[in-house]
Design a protein around this ligand. Sequence first.
Ligand code: CAA
Length: 290
Amino acid sequence: MKQFIRYRFSSILGVVGAGQMGTGIAIVGSAVAGLKVRVVDVNEQRLQASHTFIDKWCDKEIQKNRMTNQLKTDVLSRFSFHLKISDLSCCDFVVEAAPEKFEMKAEIFKQLVQVTNPETILASNTSSISITKLAGLTNRADRIIGMHFMNPVPVMKLIEVIKGIQTSQETLDKTLELANKMKKEIVIAQDIPGFIANRILMPYINEAIQTLYEGIGTVEGIDKAMKLGTNVPMGPLTLADFIGLDTCLEIMKVLHQDLGDSKYRPCPLLVNYVNAGWLGKKSGRGFYKY
Ligand code: CAA
């Protein structure tokens, strides 16, 4: 078994999933926390896109005088990109940031417990799936935790930390230590569907879509009402496009199924858009065209 030093990051953070969340987590891991970061994705093109995004992000930081060329070289040198989960065997903390589908996350967790050291903490960036349920699939439930980052990760200040019923205090402490290194604010939520942020945000977005569905306002009108009327940075339909309509739908389904209350029923218009492949900004069309 590899040597593991307790309460000290060996400075290798694993990130599973090179999408917008995984890439953002990788950025704060390397650029803010100063850790070595291994990013894994089964899709080579996504890994390449992630690498390009990080490179451009560093260039923007340089333009804003927040990074030097030398720092960029250091940040990039701490990254590596991989196609196999087994390449995370040297990591002592892994954050899973795969799409919001239980079966996919369950499969990743099953593989992660096989390839990593038993002491390795496995965090999920899930937006709504039960940490306790994911932990139940592993033989180290005490080392499984939720670390819910907000999008865009480098900009948003919060990480919602979710303690499953078997998560140990040591795991929680180490997760808070990592979040602090990433210079994020923390809120601890109970492991109940949607946790805090999405329990409130997703019904709000779903209701905005229902408002459109019922013809009460236009896309622009609904966004304008909420943006200028409640001083939020984005209207709810813009925000839904930004998050991804598929992600919004998956979260609503979890709230609906697991809480069993009809008030969480996903709006049929949201279902239709996802079925049409109109997933928001990432697919070029959602409530707006991009
Ligand atoms: N990655 C990194 N940085 C980004 C970024 C990205 N994808 N998008 C924007 N930024 C940065 C910009 O570089 C800029 O940085 P500086 O201020 O340092 O120059 C800053 O964000 C502001 O960007 P812009 O000026 O281009 O645009 P803006 O003022 O409209 O801000 C925004 C963009 C930060 C995204 C803002 O609109 C916002 O806060 N929107 C709400 C975002 C939100 O609610 N996120 C949570 C979603 S819910 C979630 O994530 C949880 C879940 O489970 C679904």
